[in-house]
Ligand binder design. Structure first.
Ligand SMILES: Cc1cc2nc3c(=O)[nH]c(=O)nc-3n(C[C@H](O)[C@H](O)[C@H](O)COP(=O)(O)OP(=O)(O)OC[C@H]3O[C@@H](n4cnc5c(N)ncnc54)[C@H](O)[C@@H]3O)c2cc1C
Length: 414
C-alpha cells in the first residue's frame, strides 16, 4: 500500500512519460506534475539522427511521445520549457528556473544527459553540432545543402546513423573514428566490417585510427580538422560530434552529487526499484545507474531500457510488485540497414555462432549451451526468436542454430 499522493516527474522523454503512464494505468489518481526544460515537450529521441534529418518538414509534434490532449485526459500538470534548477532531495522539493517551487511525496528524475563534446581546442565552434535535442537536429539540417561537406566524428551508433542519413541526403560525408573499425566495440568484428563496407559503398568516406588535435574556423566559416599525426587536415562545412552522452545533474548541490552519483558509471545511483539513497527520490532511464543484486552497476543508454525503468519506477512508487525485467534490446537504423541486438556479447567468455541466413548473417552469443545475445541486420524476426530463447533460458545445440533449414522458431522452446 502506497502513501504517495503526489509525484513530480522531471524529464518528459522515454523514462518520464513511461512512468506517468505506468502510474495512471495502475490506477494512481493523485497529482502528477511533469516538467521538461525543452519547449518542444515530450518527443522521441531516436528519430533525431534518422527521420528528422532526412525530412525537413518534420516537426517535434510528428515524433511526439504523448500529446497535449492525452496529458490533459490523464490530468497531468505540465511545465514545458522550464528547467529544474534545484532539487532538494531531503525535502522532496524542486525549484524551477522561473522561481516556482514545487513539492511532492515522490520525485522522479528522468533527465537523461547531454551529448559529450571533445576536450580539444575549437570543440565549441559554431558549425560543430551534436544530436541530443530536437533543436540540435533542426540546426544541423538547416545547415545542410546537397553538396555540403560534413565530418561525423564517432564510431558508435549515433555516428553511424547520422553518417548514413546525411549520405542519403547527398551530403559529402567523412566518417571519422579513433578506432580501427567503427562499431566493433559493440558488435562482432566481421559483422562490423560488412556494415561499414556497405556504408562506404553507399558513398561514405571512412577515416579510421585518427587522433584529432584541433578544430579551426576559416574566414569563410568552414572548418579544418587538424590531426595529431602527419595526416593532411580535412576541410568541411560542418562537423557532427557523435561521441556519446553523459548524465548531467546540475540541479543537485555538490554535497548531494557527492552522495548520490555513481563514481564509476556516472548517473544517479538507484537500487533495482529505481529508488536513490534519498527515500522518495527516484531516477530512471539514461541518468540512472542501477546497483544490481550482485553489486554490479549498469547504466543503459537506450530506449527500451529507459521505457522499462520508467514503468518500474511507477510500480515502485505505488509499492506493488515490480514488472519482470525484459531481455535487453536495442535497434539502430543506418540508411537501408535495420540492426537489432538483444542480450549481451562478451567476446572472451562466449562462443560466437553464425547463422548464414539471407544477405546478412545472424550472430548468436552462446554461453554454456544457452543463447545470451543475438544481433541481426534487416532480419528482426531472428532477434525476436533469440529473445524468446534468452528469456526461456533454452538449451541450444550449436549445429541446429547454424542450420538454416531449421526455422529458428523451432528452437525457441528448446
Ligand atoms: C540522436 C539519438 C538517436 C538515438 N537512437 C536510438 C535508437 O535507434 N535506438 C535506441 O534504442 N535508442 C536510441 N537512442 C537513445 C534513446 O533515445 C535514449 O536512451 C532515451 O531517449 C533515454 O530516455 P530518458 O527518458 O532516460 O532521457 P532523455 O531522452 O535524455 O530525456 C531527458 C529529458 O529530461 C529533460 N531535462 C534534462 N534536465 C532537465 C532539467 N534540469 N529540468 C527539466 N528537464 C530536464 C530533457 O530536456 C529531456 O527531455 C538515441 C538517442 C539519441 C540522442
Amino acid at each position: 500500500m502506497s502513501t504517495v499522493n503526489s509525484v513530480i516527474i522531471v524529464g518528459a522523454s522515454a523514462a518520464g512519460v513511461s512512468c506517468l503512464r505506468g502510474l495512471r494505468n495502475r490506477g494512481f489518481t493523485g497529482k502528477i506534475i511533469l516538467i521538461d526544460k525543452d519547449k518542444h515537450g515530450a518527443y522521441e529521441r531516436p528519430p533525431l539522427s534518422k527521420q528528422i534529418l532526412l525530412d525537413q518538414k518534420l516537426k517535434s509534434e510528428d515524433i511526439s511521445l504523448i500529446t497535449t490532449t492525452e496529458l490533459s485526459d490523464l490530468n497531468i500538470e505540465s511545465y514545458f520549457g522550464e528547467s529544474v534548477t534545484y532539487v532538494l532531495p531531503d525535502l522532496r522539493k524542486v525549484t524551477l528556473e522561473s522561481g516556482v517551487e514545487l513539492a511532492a511525496d515522490a520525485i522522479v528524475l528522468a533527465t537523461g544527459g547531454e551529448a559529450r563534446r571533445l576536450p580539444i581546442e575549437g570543440s565549441a565552434l559554431t558549425n560543430i553540432f551534436v544530436l541530443r535535442h530536437f533543436q540540435d537536429a533542426v540546426k544541423l539540417r538547416e545547415k545542410l545543402l546537397p553538396n555540403s561537406r560534413v565530418a561525423v566524428i564517432g564510431g558508435g551508433f549515433i555516428g553511424a546513423e547520422t553518417s548514413a542519413s546525411l549520405c542519403k541526403l547527398g551530403v559529402s560525408v567523412h566518417w571519422l573514428d579513433a578506432a580501427e573499425l567503427p562499431l566493433a566495440h559493440i558488435l562482432p568484428y566481421e559483422l562490423c566490417e560488412k556494415i561499414v563496407n556497405k556504408h562506404c559503398d553507399d558513398g561514405l568516406n571512412l577515416i579510421t585510427n585518427c587522433r584529432i588535435k584541433e578544430f579551426v574556423e576559416q574566414d569563410d566559416g568552414s572548418l579544418s580538422i587538424l590531426f595529431n599525426d602527419d595526416r593532411e587536415s580535412l576541410n568541411v562545412d560542418a562537423i557532427v560530434l557523435g561521441v556519446g552522452m553523459a548524465p548531467y545533474t546540475p540541479y543537485f548541490s555538490e554535497q548531494v552529487n557527492a552522495k548520490i552519483l555513481n563514481k564509476a558509471k556516472g548517473g544517479i545511483e538507484v537500487n533495482e526499484s529505481q529508488e536513490s539513497k534519498y527515500p522518495g527520490i527516484y531516477a530512471a532511464g539514461d541518468v540512472a545507474a542501477i546497483i544490481q543484486g550482485d553489486g554490479s552497476v549498469i547504466r543503459h543508454e537506450h530506449w527500451q531500457s529507459a521505457q522499462f525503468q520508467g514503468e518500474r519506477t511507477a510500480t515502485s512508487i505505488l509499492n506493488i510488485s515490480l514488472p519482470s525485467e525484459p531481455v535487453d534490446w536495442f535497434w539502430s537504423d543506418q540508411g537501408d540497414l535495420h540492426i537489432e541486438m538483444a542480450g549481451v556479447f562478451l567476446p572472451n567468455e562466449q562462443q560466437l555462432v553464425v547463422r548464414n541466413e539471407g544477405d546478412w548473417p545472424v550472430y548468436f552469443s552462446v554461453l554454456n549451451n544457452r543463447v545470451v545475445g543475438a544481433v541481426s541486420v534487416n532480419n528482426p524476426n531472428a532477434v525476436r526468436a533469440a529473445m524468446r530463447m534468452i528469456k526461456n533460458a533454452v538449451t541450444v545445440d550449436v549445429a541446429q542454430l547454424e542450420n538454416t533449414d531449421l526455422p529458428l522458431r523451432k528452437l525457441m522452446r528448446g
